[in-house]
Design a protein around this ligand. Structure first.
Ligand code: F0G
Length: 489
């Protein structure tokens, strides 16, 4: 019986209906706010049509991110109560070190306050002017820290990765031939490390295979370059390997995770994602690497046994890391994403396929094909969807890009509305509401108009930037909503 799959999609319904089943019960709840569309319109103007600038009192379903918003387990919460608060030598840190060694197979751990702090430290330690960091795809903060240190990046995916509608199981795979060309072009001495991001965040949460990482490892060995794994979304990546890579279908989550991590010289992660807690970490088995980075942690983060993380969260991290091995937990978000993507697709809504991790991704370039990239179709779609549903997603398109060194716009490869599905937070009827409202907006998509910046910060502009609509399209959308839904919320 132990060999029977224990995941959300493994339970068959007598009716034949194909839906994921929650394998947990809800014991603490939080009230949501579904405010009238007229209030949401005001909130959008107050927040510069940027969903980061909204208050949760105006948000119904918060699908902005899974970062720090995954549901915590009873075991995580109870572990927080036994935290050993100490500036130095905390037993909570010893427990975390053990969890990192057990789950990720790395003996040396440097705690940091969140994932981007790890990127900062790696940048300061290894990236300098003229450095080139090859990677499968960038993440916003990873790129910003590398460029802050004077380096550049090369994104090396296969062409399939840029196809919206695909059945390729591993669109996050690094392009091996391009990697070797990149090394030869820039010279191995200018490449401080190769970065592999588990489940390319910005282009649809797409995983890479174990085989692909083996091929990358072989190239790294050939040229003597370090391999860095961004493991923030490694749990779900490993779950999709179990689903999609034949060699691993009978392997446990623990075995798959260790297979991945065993190939990396350095691993870093956002614990806000990986372990459903807060914090982050850098870990390695290489004492030389540890020593190179050690001094930077007390300088930027905090003492080596807490790294800027509250000790309670250190306990939650340790328990959360073990819980990534539990398929009933780790399957929940990908199963709900799969349901959302497949049902939306049936209704004709353009979605990134195959369904990935972190969230469902709507293709704004096609949804809003009438809006030019200069007017930020993904930003406009994120604002319009919040307006008509109260569901807060995140723009993952050109607004999330940074300008080049000459101050020119760089347009994103994809214009996406990301609807994050944090672990064990939403119910299926809430997901059905999302699909219903997406369909209404799709049927009224011609009414969505563009956006333009009126306040644009120079670094990570998508967080604090403010935009305005290019016409009165939001008011017209509100009027159409009222005409169709009457006095419904
Ligand atoms: N790497 C990846 C792949 C991430 O997804 C994130 C965060 C980070 C690094 C940075 O970690 O936020 O703890 O500093 N992603 C969040 C998101 C912000 O919404 O996708 P952090």
């Amino acid at each position: 019986m132990d060999s029977l799959s224990q995941n959300s999609s493994a339970v068959k319904f007598y009716s034949g209906e194909n839906i994921p089943l929650e394998l947990h019960k809800v014991r603490i709840v939080q009230k949501l706010h579904l405010v009238p569309i007229e209030r949401r319109l005001e909130a959008l103007y107050e927040g510069g049509f940027n969903t980061f600038q909204l208050n949760t009192t105006d948000v119904f379903l918060d699908m902005l991110t899974d970062s720090g918003t995954n549901a915590m387990s009873d075991k995580q919460l109870s572990a927080m109560m036994i935290a050993d608060d100490a500036y130095a030598g905390s037993q909570s840190f010893i427990r975390l070190q053990k969890a990192v060694d057990d789950v990720l197979g790395k003996k040396y751990l440097l705690p940091v306050h969140q994932g981007r702090a790890a990127e900062h430290i790696l940048g300061v330690a290894y990236v300098k002017k003229g450095s080139m960091v090859p990677m499968n795809y960038h993440f916003t903060t990873a790129l910003a820290h590398i460029t802050e240190c004077g380096g550049q990046i090369s994104e090396l995916l296969y062409p399939e990765a840029y196809k919206i509608d695909s059945d390729h199981p591993f669109k996050g795979n690094m392009n091996i031939e391009a990697l070797e060309e990149c090394i030869q072009k820039h010279g191995k001495d200018n490449i401080p490390y190769i970065r592999m991001e588990a489940s390319t965040n910005l282009i649809g949460g797409q995983p890479f295979s174990v085989q692909n990482m083996r091929d990358v490892r072989a190239i790294a060995d050939k040229y003597g370059i370090r391999l860095v794994l961004d493991a923030s979304l490694l749990g779900e990546n490993a779950y999709l390997v179990k689903q999609r890579e034949a060699e691993f279908q009978d392997k446990s989550m623990a075995e798959i995770l260790l297979t991945f991590t065993g190939m990396a010289d350095i691993i870093y992660f956002s614990a806000r994602k990986l372990s459903s807690s807060r914090g982050g970490g850098i870990c390695t088995n290489d004492i030389k690497v540890y020593k190179e980075l050690e001094a930077l942690v007390p300088l930027f983060e905090g003492f080596l046994t807490y790294g800027g993380i509250s000790i309670r969260e250190v306990e939650a991290m340790a328990v959360g890391l073990y819980e990534t091995l539990d398929e009933t937990m780790i399957s929940q978000s990908p199963s709900f994403i799969k349901y959302l993507v497949e049902e939306a697709k049936k209704l004709g809504i353009p979605m990134i396929t195959p369904p990935g991790v972190l969230g469902a991704h709507v293709d704004a370039m096609s949804f809003c094909s009438h809006i030019p990239q200069t007017q930020y179709p993904a930003g406009a779609l994120a604002a319009a969807f919040f307006l008509i549903s109260g569901v807060r997603g995140m723009e993952r398109g050109s607004v999330s890009n940074q300008r080049d060194e000459n101050g020119n716009e760089t347009y994103a490869d994809m214009e996406l509305l990301r609807l994050a599905v944090p672990r064990r937070v939403f119910t299926l009827s809430q997901v059905k509401y999302v699909i219903d409202r997406l369909k209404w907006l799709y049927d009224n998509r011609e009414m969505i108009g563009g956006l333009k910046f009126y306040y644009e910060p120079s670094v990570l502009r998508f967080f604090m930037g403010k935009l305005e609509p290019t016409s009165d399209w939001p008011q017209k959308l509100v009027a159409k909503f009222r005409a169709d839904f009457g006095d419904s919320l």
